[in-house]
Ligand binder design. Structure first.
Ligand code: FES
Length: 433
């Protein structure tokens, strides 16, 4: 199913790389994180090659809800309690800077960029929202409490961040990509001798390599298969629904989200861990039928997100032992600001500048979190499932049939395969059969 962003977009085609090339930086992955790294490295005068295995923007970027905000759920009160005010403030400031950089970059690119307020609401827990307002204000950003939002149900309260934004991510890529050094259909099969990337038809020697391929595919370092899992979420776009004026997210784990794009209302939700079952489009359609009975569905699509152990992205050195290998992943559904933060931090690291926010996102921070045990138990259970029809080529977990999307999905790290066996989502690097 196609997302609304794919309509009327003409992103230039780029040729595949052939032969042997040398460069300072190889960026693997042509989603927003990779493209923004390319843009800022180019601005800094660093020679680079961006290699995308498919077409740029064809992965998660084309299926996001494209909200540019530092409001990542009700996180700041929790973050202060768990990690301290300094970490929470750095996370907020880094994301607010990302919001500002998006505004600057989108100024000259016709991509439907609009400044909007962002809200997180709760149906039942007014105190949690009030605590978040107080936490965010203490961290230095003005946030407001409200009991009234233009959605068709009562709420206990909502927190508003003003001056956030929304846009069309593929229009943005259309506008920015022709000034970047991109190769498409250039799938990296492996990294050899630390600095040589191998494709079917090319060899790329790079002094430094950024892995921005959604789920990091190099298993030898960093332990990403232990410290990440993936989540699917669903979106429908309705015509003749409502203009809700801003961007909204329910605070609970599987809550709904709302925003407009042109004359459409986008409703997101139905989430579940990849390989498990959840509400999917069905939950959204039932909600739409009840609350917007006059509306008709124009688009439906799904997204897949990498979730970290502690809710913060992994941006920086791929591991403690790989000084010239970098990663940008684990965006926890906040890909727009996290991509920009990745580009800010990695460009500084590569050009030898200190970045004040880098320590919050270090991928080698402690992994001793309860979610690690959950991931481990789930992986062992799936590895020991001997009745499975198909096993995942990534690390051998039992694949589950996804009835709603007609795909084989891996509950361990989220690889997905179409019914005909073709790879749909990594970290697996090859087809199922
Ligand atoms: Fe890792 Fe399937 S994605 S085993």
């Amino acid at each position: 199913m196609k997302s609304v962003w794919t309509e009327n977009v003409k992103i230039k085609n780029f040729r595949a790389l052939e032969g042997t090339v040398s460069t300072d930086v190889l960026i693997i992955g042509g989603g927003l994180a990779g493209l923004l790294c390319a843009y800022y490295l180019g601005e800094a005068g660093v020679p680079y090659v961006l290699a995308e295995g498919n077409r740029i923007g064809s992965g998660i970027t084309g299926n996001t809800t494209a909200k540019i905000t530092s409001q990542h759920g009700l996180i700041y009160d929790k973050l202060i309690r768990k990690s301290g005010a300094e970490t929470a403030k750095m996370y907020l400031d880094a994301n607010e800077l990302a919001v500002a950089k998006w505004a600057e970059l989108c100024k000259n690119i016709p991509c439907g960029y609009e400044e909007k307020s962002s809200f997180v609401y709760s149906l039942t827990d007014r105190t949690a929202v009030e605590n978040e307002v107080s936490a965010v204000n203490k961290l230095g950003l003005k946030a407001d409490f409200t009991e009234h939002i233009p959605l068709p149900f009562e709420i206990a309260g909502a927190i508003e961040f003003k001056k956030q934004a929304q846009f069309n991510p593929l229009k943005f890529i259309e506008g920015i990509s022709d000034r970047l050094n991109i190769y498409e259909n250039t799938f990296i099969n492996e990294i050899r001798d630390k600095n040589t990337a191998i494709t079917d038809n090319a060899e790329i020697k790079a002094k430094k390599i950024i892995v921005a391929s959604h789920f990091p595919f190099i298993n030898k370092h960093g332990g990403y298969f232990l410290k990440m899992y993936q989540h699917r979420s669903y979106v429908i776009a309705l015509e003749n629904a409502a203009d809700v004026g801003g961007m909204y997210l329910e605070e609970i784990k599987n809550g709904f989200s709302f925003r407009n794009y042109e004359n459409l209302l986008l409703i997101g939700g139905g989430d579940h861990k990849t390989g498990k079952t959840g509400g999917n489009w069905q939950a959204l359609r039932e909600f739409a039928k009840k609350n917007y009975p006059e509306a008709s569905e124009k688009y439906a699509w799904a997204a897949q997100d990498c979730m970290s152990l502690d809710g913060l992205p992994y941006i920086g050195n791929y591991s403690g032992k790989t000084p010239d290998l970098y990663v940008a992943s684990g965006f926890n559904k906040w890909g727009m600001t996290s991509s920009m933060v990745s580009a800010m931090i990695l460009t500084d690291m590569i050009t030898g500048k200190e970045n004040q926010y880098a320590k919050v996102f270090r991928p080698d921070r402690s992994v001793l979190k309860p979610q690690l045990l959950v991931n481990g138990v789930s992986a062992v259970g799936n590895l020991l499932n001997f009745t499975a029809k198909h096993r995942c080529p990534h690390m051998g977990c039992a694949l589950k049939w996804n009835k709603a999307e007609r795909s084989w999905d891996c509950p361990c790290h989220g690889s997905r395969f179409e019914q005909n066996g073709r790879l749909a989502d990594n970290p697996a690097t090859g087809d199922l059969f």
